[in-house]
Design a protein around this ligand. Structure first.
Ligand code: COA
Length: 206
């Protein structure tokens, strides 16, 4: 069992809430470990990020081609930063046998002082669709880290205007419209909607 400050918890999701990740019909739950990534886990980070970019090409701010072309050293630096930085962090969900199935991060919005954002949210398709489940837990951990480790007053995220599933998910867990839209980095003719988390600094939010 993982120990220490990087360990954020065990999550067990009832089998009735699964999509198609159930490999053992005798099991009643699917159990995940949610934790901050370790500095040496750059290969796992690369694999899941590349999977995310292939699965959802318009959902993130970079392309699969660009990410796949990055040198190993770039991934090593990214993993080190995601693991150890005091200003940003990335969290992963793994199955009990260590397979990475989801991630989410917290980072400052450099152009908006006092604001953090949730970024890089991804759950591998077989593990999606669990109300109160994995995606919500990952985002909650990233929110909690930003609340507990930064002085940020505001928490936001950007979601592509066509990403209806992510928009429904974020709204269900408490994100609301800010009224702001920005051009999509990969295709400026399309829009990214900025959602805000009003409960970020409310003590009752947890
Ligand atoms: C975004 C993501 C993390 C959400 O996790 P998830 O497990 O799919 O989320 P859930 O199933 O709990 O919630 C999805 C919601 O979208 C709804 N939904 C599903 N398919 C949909 C569709 N095609 N159109 C609109 N809504 C849809 C579901 O009904 C659910 O809403 P509800 O709870 O109000 O019923 C996951 O879908 C994912 O990794 N997507 C690809 C990457 C991505 O888009 N990341 C976000 C970048 S901003």
């Amino acid at each position: 069992m993982p120990q220490g400050t990087r360990f954020m918890g065990i999550l067990s999701v009832p089998r009735s809430a699964w999509n198609h990740a159930c490999h053992d019909p005798q099991e009643q739950t699917m159990t995940y470990v949610v934790r901050r990534i370790e500095p040496g886990e750059w290969q796992q980070l690369r694999a899941l990020r590349l999977e995310a970019l292939q699965d959802s090409p318009s959902a993130f701010g970079t392309t699969y081609t660009d990410a796949a072309a990055l040198a190993d050293e770039a991934w090593q630096q990214q993993a080190e930063q995601d693991a150890n930085s005091s200003t940003s962090a990335t969290f992963v969900a793994t199955t009990l046998d260590g397979h990475w199935v989801g991630m989410a991060g917290s980072a400052p919005v450099e152009v908006v002082p006092g604001t953090y954002c949730i970024q890089g949210v991804y759950v591998t398709p077989a593990h999606r669709g669990r109300p109160g489940g994995l995606a919500a837990r990952l985002v909650d951990v990233a929110i909690t880290w930003a609340r507990d480790n930064t002085d940020a007053s505001w928490l936001t995220l950007g979601v592509h205007e066509d990403n209806q599933r992510a928009q429904a998910f974020y709204r269900r867990i408490g994100f609301t419209e800010t009224g702001k839209v920005v051009p999509c980095r990969l295709d400026p003719s399309r829009k990214v909607t900025i959602l805000g988390y009003e409960k970020f600094r409310l003590t009752t939010a947890r």
